[in-house]
Design a protein around this ligand. Structure first.
Ligand SMILES: CC(=O)NCC[C@H](N)C(=O)O
Length: 128
């Protein structure tokens, strides 16, 4: 069994701050834990408006607090995000995320991240 505390992880190298100024993410569970997925608590900063395309990963994102919206660039639909919303990028969907307020998200990635990934120009994480 593995037990981790967010407040401890926030003060460690598990906390990654994106150089683009849009988000930070504390990666509580990583590839090295051999669970087959990684689990992160992510803060999207208020006013963030950015494009992503996880070409190499599937991702589920659950909103714990805050409000915003996601644009599905595959069909140009816009979906509000609020506490309790889960969006699932099951088709490597190109998307834009907008934060109307700060948003706290719980994120699961398959395959798991190694720990220090930040987005490349495409808004993807490279595979190690
Ligand atoms: C929701 C989202 O994809 N935010 C970018 C950061 C990512 N969740 C991560 O934890 O690396």
């Amino acid at each position: 069994m593995i037990i981790r505390q967010l407040n401890e992880a926030n003060n460690s190298t598990r906390r990654v701050v994106s150089p683009d100024g849009n988000w930070e993410s504390t990666r509580l569970l990583l590839k090295e834990d051999k669970m087959g997925f990684s689990f992160h608590i992510t803060t999207i900063y208020k006013g963030a408006d950015f494009r992503m395309h996880y070409q190499n990963h599937l991702e589920s994102v659950y909103c714990m607090s805050g409000t915003g919206e996601i644009v599905n660039l595959e069909d140009n639909t816009v979906h509000p995000i609020q506490e309790g919303t889960l969006y699932i990028l099951d088709k490597h969907d190109r998307h834009i995320l907008r934060a109307h307020t700060e948003m706290k998200m719980a994120c699961v990635f398959n395959p798991p991240l190694n720990g220090n990934e930040v987005h490349n120009k495409e808004g993807a994480y490279e595979l190690a």
